[in-house]
Ligand binder design. Structure first.
Ligand SMILES: [Zn+2]
Length: 464
């Protein structure tokens, strides 16, 4: 295994809080781990990584995604509607058209965008499993992530009860019994889950929602099976006010309060969104260590609101950052997510709501905490060398007095010069060396043409 010395960086952002948020000098990677940080001289046999005019950060951790949606971006019927209609118009309309090639291409698009923007860990929430598919979506996703060399967590989703939407032209959502769901998660974990400290592959229980996808009586049984398995628990929660209306009218409680009654909070649980949280719900999340996967762009795109991420952070809770599916966030890269988080909390709560360091902490250390990956998330001696090196030579970054925070405060398309997962190169000299991007672009066009709805195709042709 090659050892590396990363030298010459403008700055090092560690992902840690307070004065430890920044470091100086060089970073030595030995046997896939961070061996030293500081003023270092090259050792024989080490490969030098030039980080001049660049900033070094921990590899970014995306804690909630739906990679199947990368071929469902900008579907016209879903562009200007809120969550429920969007679900009906986009994922629930298209789920049965996602054959193996479509999912493979979709996952490649999503992972390419993420890897090239500095992500080294991706948690994907996949919730369509059906006998209609002649393939196992979990296998396709893990295989694709392995090609990229990124750390991958699969939230194996699904539903035991369907969700009613208007119209007969949509194939009914796939459902399964609770026993079948638990068996399927267990089987997927047997094939792919690695519980070692330096794991590259994890599986989590991830029913699509606790509200709309499971029967009330199944919450406790699923939680018990999940706890017994040692896997983590993930789901969507309180993405918009519909969740609150639903649990208040059915159970007389707000969503987090209601889930507390069913033992669905804890350090082994992370929820996507949590936009609609009352102060007492935030307190419960913070006290129990239940993590938030904050998806600022999808929440903005769907008009769902602004999640109280900065408040949860203030209360000592675990906040992580995520892009969510690209069908509801067509800028599905972590640098855009950091910029969105940096900006919207300031717009809503004033300029002290976020700092660049806090937001980077959400995108790195917070993500690692949410996923229970203790060996990554910060640049500290002994941690696995999951690292991103952001180039600062583009005009956007020129003229900045504090150059190290450019990739967080400036938004736009990041230029990642190099990245590493456990000391293995992922991005090298701005590219994924093995990936034919022109081929991927051609594949994307072909898949979209094949799966698009006839009406949408006609509309596209009319406006072309
Ligand atoms: Zn989602």
């Amino acid at each position: 295994m090659t050892d590396f010395l990363i030298t010459g960086a403008v700055g090092i952002l560690t992902g840690l809080d307070g004065p430890a948020a920044r470091a100086r000098g060089s970073i030595r990677i030995r046997q896939g781990r961070i061996a030293e940080i500081g003023e270092l001289k090259p050792l024989p046999g080490e490969r030098i990584v030039d980080a001049s005019n660049a900033v070094v950060t921990p590899g970014l951790v995306n804690t909630h995604h739906h990679l199947f949606q990368s071929v469902l971006k900008a579907v016209p019927e879903g562009m200007n509607v809120a969550l429920a209609s969007w679900l009906r118009q986009v994922p629930y309309t298209y789920w049965d058209r996602l054959d193996e090639e479509a999912l493979r291409v979709s996952a490649r698009i999503g992972l390419a965008e993420l890897a090239l923007s500095g992500a080294t860990t991706v948690a994907d929430h996949h919730y369509f499993y059906s006998p209609r598919y002649a393939y196992d979506p979990g296998d396709v996703l893990f295989e694709t992530a392995r090609d990229f060399g990124v750390r991958f967590v699969l939230g194996r989703g699904g539903a035991t009860k369907g969700r009613k939407f208007d119209g007969d032209e949509v194939a009914p959502l796939p459902t399964e019994t609770l026993a079948a769901m638990i068996d399927a998660v267990t089987a997927t974990a047997k094939r792919w889950h690695d519980s070692a400290e330096d794991t590259l592959r994890q599986v989590a229980f991830a029913p699509t929602t606790p509200t709309f996808s499971l029967e009330l009586g199944e919450l406790a049984e699923l939680r018990a099976a999940q706890k017994a398995s040692g896997l983590r628990l993930h789901s969507h929660l309180s993405e918009n006010v519909d969740y609150v209306t639903y649990t208040l009218s059915n159970y007389g409680k707000r969503p987090v309060d209601w889930l507390a009654d069913h033992d669905w909070l804890g350090r082994d649980v992370w929820f996507a969104h949590l936009v609609e949280c009352a102060p007492e719900e935030l307190k419960l999340l913070a006290e129990t260590g239940t993590a938030m996967a904050h998806c600022p762009q999808a929440n903005s795109r769907l008009g769902s609101g602004i999640a109280p991420a900065s408040q949860l952070h203030e209360m000592g809770g675990v906040v992580s950052l995520a892009v969510d599916g690209a069908a509801a966030n067509e800028a599905a890269d972590m640098v855009s997510a950091m910029y969105a988080a940096f900006s919207i909390h300031r717009a809503a709560h004033g300029v002290t709501a976020t700092t660049a360091e806090t937001v980077l902490g959400w995108a790195t250390a917070g993500g690692a905490k949410a996923l229970g990956l203790d060996a990554i998330g910060t640049l500290e001696i002994g941690k696995l060398a999951d690292i991103a090196i952001f180039d600062l030579t583009g005009p956007r970054y020129l003229g900045q007095h504090d150059r190290a925070i450019g990739p967080i405060i400036s938004g736009g398309e990041a230029r990642v010069r190099h990245s590493f997962v456990a000391g293995r190169p992922v991005v090298e000299n701005y590219v994924l060396p093995w990936l034919d991007m022109e081929q991927l672009a051609a594949d994307a066009v072909r898949v979209v043409e094949r799966i698009a709805r006839t009406e949408a195709k006609e509309k596209l042709r009319a406006t072309a």
